[in-house]
Write a protein that binds this ligand. Structure first.
Ligand SMILES: *[C@@H]1O[C@H](CO)[C@@H](O)[C@H](O)[C@H]1NC(C)=O
Ligand SMILES: *[C@@H]1O[C@H](CO)[C@@H](O)[C@H](O)[C@H]1NC(C)=O
Length: 523
């Protein structure tokens, strides 16, 4: 299954090719009329999890409407840039990967877990990608604890409010059989164990091998262990190679999406290919929940800012209520606005004709904000315009399933651009690294904001000589080229240290990406 995300769906058989105006019209109709559906889609990716890696600084409340300075600077932003054409291969080609390839096979010392009389049940928390990586962690944990894993229950209470079960989202049989050589997985707890006393555990996040060995010992009297949360239960680093590879086998091979999702996902990729050949998948995280959560109100009206503040105030599991939007933005903690993404992509040299798939739910403020991206890149495609109503019907009210479609389309894209870092951005980036360091351009939001502010006050102009060259220089090493996973920032201890490590699933190099046969066997 390694190769089924190889980006090789170049089928040209598909002939539906709506005009640009049809796309726009459909887009407007859908955005406004399907608000319930879209609201569900939009409230994804934020977890109710206090272990998540979001900043927790108490910030000062400040809601600043930038509409005045915005209109003054309109002329600066609108000026056409005269970028020199950037060579096609620089825009589209994957980084040179120096002969690196995925490697997930166990070492010669590896043995399947024998355990069959102890069971681990788990409630997987968070949105799609948090659940996927969490399940991969739990497979490794069950393996370490020599236990049988019961198919995880998926989060139905979180922000996603999705009733989907494991087999709605994943191919359950494939999951069980492809991990047969690693551990036993069963659909349900055996009847006779349903009433035995269970150990209910909340495993510490980012735990080591030693922690789980201790747990195995201290819980040895229990036949059933219930785990309350699945995300980030395992350390990123310093785990045995075979455990790391098991995580990769699970995430990249075993956790295949269910057939309806895989089939539609592939169809949509083919449609995109038949339209323009190459496309950018833009994870435009400019959604209401995200803006409310991060307190980012730059470029919004007073009324919009207030709406976001109230939403944050009323969402109990978001702990930080008072946020200074200006400081957030300067710190690089805000998702780029649609307008900023447009300036960014243009400065990188992408021509206006570039096909861009918007992997996201409803964009906050709808067309008012989107139009500022669309004026630069009119070939925007949404899943609502790419798929037919019939095709999307089965996915309505299932945010996790539509997120899975976005995931497939993003992994398959020629270029992936996340406007904000989050579980989805990290998971897609990691998967693309795994598959061959496919191009992922991560905006340096902190650096870009400085440039955008200069543009706004007229200290910088768009175009090749100024903005473009600065943006391109700034992002030379932010394009997904091979590098080993970043370790923690120096000087930190304990949880703070673990928090700053790069996620294993964002960059599984070196454990699951190898350069030679020798390294493959030895490490
Ligand atoms: C928000 O932060 C900015 C930059 O640090 C500062 O100038 C401004 O006064 C702050 N606003 C409030 C309301 O504290
Ligand atoms: C795993 O559990 C089985 C029994 O279910 C036992 O026979 C085996 O010795 C255990 N393996 C380890 C490494 O503890």
């Amino acid at each position: 299954m390694v190769n089924h995300r190889g980006g090789s769906y170049h089928t040209r058989g598909f002939s539906r090719r709506p005009s640009f105006f049809t796309i726009i019209t459909l887009c407007i109709i859908l955005l406004s009329s399907c608000s319930i559906f879209i609201f569900l889609v939009s409230t994804r990716n934020i977890s109710d999890d206090d272990d998540d890696d979001h900043h927790k600084d108490p910030l000062v409340e400040h809601f600043n409407s930038h509409s005045q300075s915005q209109s003054q600077s309109q002329s600066n932003f609108q000026s056409g840039s005269q970028s020199l054409p950037v060579p096609d291969e620089q825009l589209w080609d994957a980084s040179f990967s120096y002969g690196l390839h995925p490697c997930v096979k166990p070492t010669s010392k590896y043995k399947a877990a024998q355990g069959s009389d102890r069971y681990i049940t788990v409630r997987s928390n968070g949105g799609l990608n948090q659940m996927r990586t969490g399940i991969s962690d739990m497979v490794a944990v069950a393996y370490i604890m020599n236990a049988t894993l019961v198919i995880p229950q998926l989060d139905k209470r979180s922000f996603w409010k999705d009733s989907s079960t494991f087999s709605d989202i994943f191919d359950e049989l494939h999951f069980i059989t492809s991990l047969q050589g690693d551990l036993r997985i069963v659909g349900e707890l055996p009847k006779e164990l349903e009433s035995v006393p269970r150990a209910r555990k909340h495993f510490t996040s980012w735990s080591s091998m030693g922690y789980y060995e201790e747990m195995t010992e201290s819980l040895k009297d229990y036949q059933v262990i219930h785990v309350a949360k699945s995300d980030s239960r395992l350390a990123n680093n310093d785990l045995p190679l075979d455990i790391q590879r098991l995580r990769c086998r699970t995430l990249y091979h075993a956790l295949r999406f269910s057939p309806p999702i895989e089939i539609l996902g592939k169809k949509l990729v083919e449609r995109l290919r038949s339209r323009g050949g190459r496309y950018i998948a833009l994870h435009l995280r400019y959604e209401k929940d995200m803006l409310s959560f991060t307190g980012c109100t730059y470029g919004l009206t007073e009324a919009e800012s207030e709406e976001l503040r109230i939403m944050r105030e009323n969402t109990n599991h978001w702990k930080v209520k008072k946020i200074n939007s200006t400081e957030q933005r300067i710190g690089g903690l805000c998702p780029l606005t649609p307008k900023e993404v447009g300036i960014f992509l243009q400065a990188l040299g992408y021509p206006p004709s570039t096909l861009i798939y918007i992997a996201a739910g409803e964009i906050y403020g709808g067309n008012t904000h989107l139009s500022e991206l669309m004026s630069r890149f009119p070939n925007l495609v949404f899943k609502e315009t790419l798929a037919t109503k019939e095709e999307l019907k089965a996915f309505a009210r299932h945010a996790t399933q539509t997120a899975a479609l976005d995931y497939i389309i993003s992994v398959e894209s020629d270029v992936f651009v996340p406007s904000y870092s989050g579980n989805m951005a990290r998971a897609v980036e990691g998967h693309r690294r795994f598959l061959g360091h496919l191009k992922t351009i991560t905006p340096d939001r902190k650096g870009l904001v400085k440039l955008f502010d200069k543009l706004e006050i007229g200290k910088l102009r768009e175009g090749w000589s100024s903005l473009s060259s600065l943006v391109q220089k700034m992002h030379k090493s932010w394009q997904g080229a091979p590098r080993k996973r970043r370790v923690a920032l120096p000087g930190l201890k304990g949880k703070a240290r673990l928090r700053t490590e790069e996620s294993f699933y964002e960059n599984p190099y070196p454990e699951c990406i190898c350069s030679s046969k020798a390294e493959y066997e030895m490490r």
